[in-house]
Design a protein around this ligand. Structure first.
Ligand SMILES: O=c1nc[nH]c2c1ncn2[C@H]1C[C@H](O)[C@@H](COP(=O)(O)OP(=O)(O)OP(=O)(O)O)O1
Ligand SMILES: [Mg+2]
Length: 203
């Protein structure tokens, strides 16, 4: 089976990537499997910058091609917050439930037609001696006023997907994969697969 390393410490992302890549015949490994303490500081101010920082740092340390994911939630009523700060919105401890509470508090009193938002995902593909490439995807939704559903991770319980008439956290992994920002970015990557990544398929 082909193996691919995703440069992430996030278990929720790992599950999303498994749902996306297992059907394509890839075994997904993450930093949780191969380099638990490899933590890259996210000093960029855009998803692209942070995705590139993570992919290049991890590819350099491991000496192999990797894909990184930098993603987050943009809420129109909050001028695009939490954006690139989504993981750290309620503090450095990176708590999903504290982040959700902070969003719900800031959005209290905002009527339904003003609760538009989107998830964004930028994937960066880096390899030793190759030019790093990025791919992006988004997914439109509405911020709920109470959490719904137990699947997924992060802000999924407060992100309503009109196209599915469900919260993201109510979708099954393959249903999320079909419509998510991460799925859309990965499909973009597949369309413009860097040759050297395609050739890298390990057995
Ligand atoms: O599908 C998603 N469903 C719900 N929430 C999501 C999703 N995708 C990103 N998000 C939120 C979670 C986290 O608060 C932030 C990502 O931050 P981000 O820095 O990219 O990831 P992270 O620090 O958790 O892991 P890592 O950097 O090791 O990949 O956006
Ligand atoms: Mg991060």
């Amino acid at each position: 089976m082909k193996k691919i390393v995703i440069a992430t410490q996030n278990k929720g992302k790992a599950k999303d990537f498994e749902a996306l890549l297992a059907p394509l015949g890839y075994k997904v490994l993450t930093l949780l499997d191969v380099a638990q303490d490899l933590d890259v500081e996210e000093t960029g101010v855009t998803f692209e910058e942070n995705a590139i920082l993570k992919a290049e740092a991890v590819s350099k340390v491991l000496g192999i091609p990797v894909i990184s994911d930098d993603s987050g939630l943009e809420i129109d009523a909050l001028n695009g917050e939490p954006g690139v700060y989504s993981a750290r919105y309620a503090g450095a401890a990176k708590s999903d439930s504290a982040n959700i509470d902070k969003v719900l508090e800031k959005m209290s009193g905002v009527p339904e037609n003003g609760r538009t938002a989107r998830f964004r995902c930028v994937l960066a593909v880096a390899a030793p001696n190759e030019k790093t490439e990025t791919f992006s995807g988004s997914c439109e939704g509405i911020i709920l006023s109470t959490p719904q559903g137990n699947n997924g991770f992060g802000y999924d319980p407060i992100f309503y997907v009109p196209a599915q008439s469900k919260a993201m956290a109510e979708l099954l992994p393959h249903e999320k994969a079909a419509i998510s920002h991460r799925g859309n970015a990965l499909r973009e990557l597949q369309q413009r697969m860097p040759k050297w990544l395609d050739e890298e398929k390990q057995s």
